[in-house]
Design a protein. Sequence first.
Length: 405
Amino acid sequence: MINRFLVALFLMLVVLIAGCAKDSQPVLPQPALKFLAEGVAAQDADQLDRAIENFTEAIRLDPKLVIAYDFRALASVAKGDFKAAIRDASKAIELDPNSKQSHVTRGKVYISMGDYEAAIKDLTKAIEIDPKNALVYSNRGIAFQGIGDIENAFEDYDDAIRLNPSSAQACWYRATGSAANDDFDSAIEDFTKAIELDPKHVASHFARGQILFGQSEFEAAIKDFTSTIRLDVRHAAAYLDRGNARVYLEDYAGAIEDFSHCIRLEPRNADAYSNRGSARERDGDYHGAMTDFQSATEIDPSLASAHNGAAWLHSTCPEAKLRDGKMAVLLATQACQISGWEEWIYVHTLAAAHAECGGWAKAIKRQEQAIELAIDEEDKNLGQENLILFQQQRPYRQGEEAAEK
């Protein structure tokens, strides 16, 4: 997908050069322009190292080329090198203190670093230079929200939309602000408006899908995730979230397909392996599930859900060959420790693991703890059913009827 910000900046550069064609000397040396153009193309293709090399060469040829510092700063941000980005943006401002774009660039870097106060200063300066640039207000709104100044944040979001009512991006910014403030109805309204203004606005489709998922509107969420994928076939997170929604609708085959696609795009995505393991377990593929849980913990040893998934299988699997009580206790304990003993489901699994080992007193103790931690009445009832089993000195097995009360 074309990065509109990069293209806009480059077009500004071309216009600048064209506007000075009547002069006897061009604004930029042609070799510098060549490397700048190649850097923009590389950055748009996510070839960040190559982009930085080209911007560096353009700067070598013309050390006062402000826009090259801006571009190199953006490439450094994409690589997570915030110090280099700040250094380049600051150099650009030193060369041209009234460069709106350089202040915006440094402001965005400060936002990425979580230094919202510094971001507000730069973005305010950019607004002083150009009071009619809508998206600068949106960015400053994010910074205000970062310091907890909700009133000024939404004043900026509103100003951005007032200045450019047809900007899908401005609507998206305000929507993300509303979502961060737990005002999900307003967020959905603005995401929907953004999509109306720009039906190909990928971020709005995806974000609206995430909110709908959180509201248990799984079919509607799947539609938004599907739209996201249609617009960006390499959007791994959309495959992951669509798979999660399909699990809730008990479409395990579809979920497994989505998680597998996510893994093809991101082979080191531990969540995708863990979630596919859960889907495979529910679909009756216990061996495939165990393999996925193990892959997830190898990739990310701190992923509690994967430890828990493997522990649950080792404790409760209908296939005796996969049951291993001692291993289940070890894995379930790790999940509990990683989560700070605050997740009822992990303690619930640990109780089942102790039951598999025949440790009834420990199983009962942990099951009572899990019931205490559970918030939903349905979860408490599930925990109560297992507690009765353990009091009867019976382990839990997937697929068996609940114990008689």
